[in-house]
Design a protein around this ligand. Structure first.
Ligand SMILES: [Zn+2]
Length: 127
């Protein structure tokens, strides 16, 4: 489904546009039930840190950090859509919002496995 070809990723309003090369195509698609992801509700796929290029709207991205502050969650200031985040479980990876990738309907991914985010080892204090 993916051979390292860069995908185009956009927020809803179009202010933010990224070029994204995925780690292993859509095989890494996951949901997470940590306190943040369960509210956000997005399916994320993995990308290497050098796999994301911001084509447009870098100054329109807002950063949200919580808990340990390790993870960096980016979203569009205008439309509020989550585009990508730097992972806490593996800071050498980004997770990107599958639903923002051009031409991808997340429904086509079928059943997506869940990550046990609520029991994350880095969460002793914040849960
Ligand atoms: Zn936007």
């Amino acid at each position: 489904m993916d051979n390292g070809i860069p995908h185009r990723l956009t927020c809803h309003c179009g202010a933010v546009e990224l070029s994204v090369r995925l780690t292993d195509g859509f095989a890494t698609a996951r949901r997470c039930d940590c306190s943040f992801c369960r509210r956000r509700g997005a399916i994320a796929v993995s990308a290497p840190l050098d796999g994301i290029t911001i084509l447009r709207g870098a100054d329109n991205l807002a950063l949200y950090q919580w808990g340990t502050g390790t993870a960096k969650h980016w979203f569009c200031k205008t439309c509020g859509i989550y585009t990508h985040h730097q992972r806490r479980s593996n800071p050498h990876q980004y997770g990107v919002n599958v639903a923002c990738i051009e031409g991808i309907n997340p429904r086509d991914l079928g059943a997506v496995p869940w990550v046990d985010g609520i029991n994350h080892p880095a969460d002793q204090k914040t849960g």
